[in-house]
Design a protein around this ligand. Structure first.
Ligand code: SF4
Length: 434
């Protein structure tokens, strides 16, 4: 899918475009500069003045005129305040109100296309998992991958593994701490392979970051579920290493994993998850699944559904398989029909949703350290803060008196928060700051 993004108004609207653009790209879609070539056009509208409202309407009209074939999606303040009228306007296909802005790419993909394959693995530094913010920075620790998963193009393009030196990484982390960054995410193409070329390991790297810097929180981006060094999970005894890992599984059927040339079979994956859960309470495991890999039979699909349910993931990224030119998988026989892929994808989305709700329910009553990242005022004049718990579940809290000193100091702070429950609407935990 080709997506064109446009914003009017404030800086925040602009920043959201960047975030959406990353999510679309990470899900395998192209973000294009010209609206005339797009399949979907997204407008982030503004309503701060009458003039801004007028401009928003004009822009929507112009974009529809220029490319009437494309789907027009509108979000932002004008679209939220006047959603009924906006939805009825000529050419508008989808309205995403401000409360749902964070999930706009997902709404668009649900409405107009199934997720297609991302460039697996992600470009180092790019991540659809974590939101980049003023509190969080991505650190590239290595590049390249020694494996050849049959669907993966990145490894062909990026070559062998090359690790950055420990000293270089420590310098970068220390500089970020000086700037006030509270959380770093260690990224790479094959993060678990860190150090293989410089006589070091991911264990050494994390240990040294925890020992020699004051960064309050350390996370991993996507980590392939193999090559993890011995004693790896003992690192999490240090509570500055966040108890969450995104371990891409891709399929729950060993026969499919073999066709993908994955190095981790289902029993090994299960062992790994069990190790993590034994070592760290409330450890959150999230994953990627590719739906409709060539030749995926009904039986293999059933195996995947059952296996995924038996593990219980906190979140799943679900991608419909699409061939990438130059990969081995692109030449495999028996491609799966789109309708079947869509049906399987819907089934897995429903399961992922219910697993996430189970995970959220298990957090009730816990005291978690939340890093508060965003704030907005709701319709009742209360401030709604959102942030992330250590295990990367999103938490929100409501605070009255928008201008109190307490409020001003909350953003970018980590506070102990009691989890009261969760919202079924947006799947955020709801908490009270202690
Ligand atoms: S492990 Fe496989 S999917 Fe991951 S980067 Fe290497 S080849 Fe690609």
């Amino acid at each position: 899918m080709k997506v064109h993004l446009k914003a009017l108004g404030c800086r925040l609207n602009e920043a959201e475009l960047e975030q959406w653009s990353r999510s679309f790209r990470a899900s395998g879609h192209d973000v294009v500069a010209e609206p005339s070539t797009a399949d979907v056009v997204v407008v982030n509208t503004c309503a701060v003045t009458t003039d801004a409202t007028k401009k928003s309407r004009k822009l929507m009209n112009r974009l529809h005129r220029e490319n009437p074939q494309s789907k027009l999606v509108v979000s932002g303040c004008y679209a939220t305040l006047d959603s009924d009228h906006v939805a009825e306007r000529i050419g508008v296909d989808l309205v995403v109100p401000n409360q749902e802005k964070d999930n706009l790419p997902q709404h668009v993909m649900d409405a107009f296309s199934a997720n297609t394959m991302p460039l697996v693995a992600m470009e180092p530094g790019e991540s659809s998992l974590f939101v980049r913010s003023r509190q969080r920075a991505f650190i590239k620790i290595q590049d390249g991958c020694r494996y050849r998963c049959t669907f993966c193009i990145v490894t062909i393009a990026r070559g062998d593994e090359r690790s950055r030196s420990l000293a270089d990484i420590i310098d970068e982390v220390n500089a970020l701490v000086e700037e006030g960054i509270k959380e770093i995410v260690l990224t790479g193409v094959h993060v678990g392979g860190y150090g293989s070329d410089i006589d070091s390991s991911l264990y050494d790297l994390v240990k040294i970051i925890l020992d020699e810097t004051d960064i309050p929180r350390v996370r991993f981006a996507s980590v392939e579920p193999w090559d993890l060094p011995d004693k790896f999970f003992s690192l999490f005894e240090n509570s500055r290493l966040m108890p969450h890992m995104h371990l891409p599984l891709q399929s729950g059927a060993d026969s499919v994993l073999r066709r993908m040339s994955r190095r981790c079979k289902t029993t090994e994956f299960k062992d790994l998850v069990e190790q993590a859960r034994r070592a760290i309470p409330h450890f959150n495991v999230t994953s990627d699944i590719i739906v409709g890999f060539p030749g995926e039979t009904d039986d293999e699909w059933q195996q995947t559904m059952e296996y995924v349910e038996s593990i219980g993931f906190g979140h799943l990224h679900i991608f419909s398989y699409s061939p990438r030119e130059g990969t081995k998988a692109a030449r495999l026989a028996s491609p799966i029909e789109n309708e079947i892929k869509k049906q399987r994808s819907r089934e897995l989305h429903a399961l992922a949703d219910s697993m996430k709700q189970d995970m959220l329910a298990q957090q009730q009553g816990l005291l978690l350290d939340v890093l508060w990242e965003q704030a907005k005022e709701d319709n009742n004049g209360q401030m709604v803060y959102t942030g992330y718990a250590p295990n990367y579940l999103k938490v929100e809290t409501r605070v009255s008196q928008p201008h109190s000193e307490f409020n001003h100091s909350l953003k970018n702070q980590i506070t102990n928060t009691k989890i009261d429950g969760f919202s079924k609407e947006n799947l955020h935990l709801q908490g009270t700051i202690l």
